[in-house]
Design a binder for this molecule. Structure first.
Ligand code: CP
Length: 321
């Protein structure tokens, strides 16, 4: 694997390989083998132009557990505030020896630019770009679903036969986009639920069904309900109902959770707006996988860094991912 830029172009075989390597990484962690020597001598740069808690820290934990050196860069407080460009910033970090660059950026397409411009030679991992994609989030979500439904025997399995409902601010959600591509590549049936004003215009090109009524979608008994964060910071151009109306019509509360079939799970990528898209009762219920998702994020990011820096590189075979 040369870069990980999106899940839209990630093929089934590569996606399953990442999930299976993440299972191996998860096994080592559960055996309390906290550190593997695999990436000793490699340097991973976390290049974050947007805020993050889970993604940045779990990439750092993943790199350290593989014995890589880690450089953390946050745009706030850096020379970006003096106008330094993405190219000059990335080349400065490459000059300090970066083998992999994990980038989060407010501009959709920034990781693609970094990977294809020839500015740097390091492998690039997209840690969330604008409203485009967040591929490692979708991989950890798929990993969590597979582990919950197929347990210890899940290696090599896809998600065929499972039904996932994704609810909320689809318009602004890179998590939704990455999950739609990955979950459907892995054979899951995906239904999106959103207010009509928070649905992208090109939705007819997505391999999903769209339903506007949450109770109608939940009545079908999905295996997983994935709630999306309402991105109030990106809402300027879109009509948003009042928060009270939104949580009444599209929020997951204790009553809706109680109506789900036995065994179905409640997911959220975090950070959560408790009381808006999800109530505390739903977020903290036994069905919730919110913290499992965070734990699994470290295993997925270990797998991605391993495949990027120690696994067979696709440039040796002529591919991008
Ligand atoms: N899920 C997610 O990307 O969280 P952070 O913004 O905290 O990284």
């Amino acid at each position: 694997m040369r870069h990980l830029l999106d899940t839209r172009t990630l093929d089934r075989e590569t996606a399953l390989r990442i999930l299976d390597v993440a299972e191996d990484m998860s096994d080592t962690q559960s055996r309390e083998v906290k550190k593997l020597p695999t990436l000793r001598g490699k340097t991973v740069v976390n290049l974050f132009f947007e805020d993050s808690t889970r993604t940045r820290i779990s990439f750092e934990a993943a790199a350290k557990r593989l014995s890589a050196d880690v450089i953390n860069f946050a745009a706030k407080g850096s020379s970006v505030s003096k106008g330094e460009s993405l190219k000059d910033t990335a080349q400065t970090l490459q000059a300090m020896g970066a083998d992999a660059v994990v980038i989060r950026h407010h501009a959709s397409g920034a990781p693609q630019t970094l990977a294809t411009s020839g500015w740097i030679s390091a492998g690039v991992v997209n840690a969330g770009d604008g409203t485009h994609e967040h591929p490692t989030q979708a991989l950890l979500d798929a990993f969590t679903i597979r582990k919950r439904f197929f347990g210890a025997d899940s290696r090599g399995r896809d998600l065929s036969g499972l039904r996932v409902v994704v609810v909320g601010d689809v318009l602004h959600s890179r998590v939704a986009r990455s999950n739609v591509w990955l979950l459907t590549t892995l054979g899951a049936e995906v239904t999106l639920v959103a207010p009509p004003t928070l649905v992208p215009q090109n939705i007819s090109l997505w391999p999903v069904r769209i339903v506007y009524d949450l109770d109608e979608a939940l009545a079908e008994g999905p295996d997983a309900v994935m709630m999306l964060r309402i991105q109030l910071e990106r809402m300027s151009a879109a009509y948003f109902p009042t928060e009270r109306e939104y949580s009444r019509r599209w929020g997951l509360d204790a009553r809706r959770v109680a109506g789900l079939p036995d065994g179905s799970i409640v997911m959220h990528p975090g950070p959560m707006n408790r009381g808006l898209e999800i109530s505390s009762e739903a977020a903290d219920s036994p069905r919730s996988t919110v913290l499992e998702q965070v734990t699994n994020g470290v295993s997925i990011r270990m797998a991605v860094l391993y495949l990027l820096l120690a696994g067979e590189r696709d440039d040796e075979r002529g591919g991008d991912q």
